[in-house]
Ligand binder design. Structure first.
Ligand code: UTP
Length: 323
């Protein structure tokens, strides 16, 4: 008899997706269409938009409510994805499109908008959601990547499982990257946790390190030579992050003119309160033109996608920003 799969139970109820960035790297197209609403062709030939993929990843990981952080006035643009279609249009859809439409409308009932009045960086955007989140832990997913798991659980589920297994300590997702690519990413190092081959206590972050610096300061045992662990926008955080962000904002601690999330995460790491989880899977960068093109091609040609997943392609990893 086939063994029944145990349903995944999420340790968090809420997820946040910040969508309030300016999208300058995708100008001028992003002037007319929010970059998260750009199209994506799925391996089975559907035309979705990037945000739809992220919503699937969040909701399939068991999240109940989703907060979208937006620029004032953008609510209506994102709402166009959730508003039920006119009956006459719905009637013309094929069965699969109708199912997708119904799913989107149902997602919409679980979405709240949170405004970021001024674009002062990712750390600031996350801080804007403090009241909506309250004291709960939450899943944070940046909008310029999609993910593809190579394991049984989706990338977000794997991260949340690691979060639950470690008593709700904040965890971020990490992916091994070849040395020649490491200078494009935020990279982390630390000590492997005993008995958990994918989890480490993060001790150090470096933004876009040179290969020389990575070789001397960011090596991790158990990775192939010249491979390093990089960060791609999925985090399971507990509410303590808000106090750190608040201090950063009160002290006007900016990097490159903005309040970065990485500043608050680095503080957590210095206090031994941040873990990293090496995901079984890949990610696609969709935040800048060439990477977006390569991601589109690579993702559309994936042979199998078991969950909501992103897949790796070397070109997709170029020029990724860190936060
Ligand atoms: P990015 O660094 O990719 O910035 O933001 P961006 O503005 O979206 O794009 P570029 O660099 O101008 O091309 C990473 C994530 O943080 C959000 C973005 O929407 C994206 O999900 N973000 C960034 C905000 O919500 N608010 C901000 O002030 C900055």
């Amino acid at each position: 008899m086939a063994k029944e799969e145990t349903p995944f139970i999420s340790p968090v109820r809420k997820a946040l997706i910040p969508l309030a960035g300016l999208g300058t790297r995708l100008f001028p197209a992003s002037k007319a269409v929010k970059k998260e609403l750009f199209p994506l062709i799925t391996p089975d030939g559907r035309c979705q938009c990037l945000l739809q993929r992220l919503l699937e990843e969040a909701f399939s990981a068991g999240v109940e409510e989703l907060g979208l952080i937006v620029r004032p006035g953008d609510e209506a643009l994102f709402d166009s994805l959730f508003k039920p279609l006119e009956k006459a249009v719905y009637a013309r859809l094929d069965e699969q499109a109708r199912a997708e439409e119904e799913l989107l409308v149902s997602y919409g009932r679980r979405v709240s908008y949170i405004r970021q009045e001024s674009q002062e960086g990712l750390g600031h955007a996350v801080y804007c959601a403090r009241q909506w989140i309250g004291e709960e832990p939450f899943l944070l997913m940046l909008s310029d990547h999609i993910y593809v798991s190579s394991g049984k659980l989706s990338c977000a589920q794997q991260l949340l499982q690691a979060f639950a297994a470690n008593g709700g300590q904040s965890v971020l997702s990490l992916y091994p990257v070849a040395g020649e690519m490491v200078r494009h990413y935020g990279s982390a190092t630390g000590k492997w946790l005993q008995g958990q081959n994918n989890c480490l206590q993060i001790e150090k972050f470096v933004e876009k390190p040179s290969l020389e610096l990575a070789r001397t300061q960011l090596r991790m045992s158990a990775l192939p030579p010249d491979n390093f662990l990089c960060i791609y926008g999925q985090y399971a955080l507990n509410a303590e992050i808000f106090a750190l962000l608040e201090k950063q904002i009160c002290d006007n601690e900016r990097e490159r003119g903005e309040f970065q999330l990485s500043g608050a995460l680095a503080k957590l790491a210095r206090q031994d309160r941040l873990l990293g989880y090496v995901v079984e899977g890949e990610h696609y960068d969709t935040g800048q033109p060439r990477a977006y093109l390569q991601s589109l091609l690579g993702f559309a040609h994936l042979e199998t996608v078991r969950h909501t997943k992103g897949g790796g392609h070397e070109e997709t990893r170029r020029d990724t920003k860190t936060h």
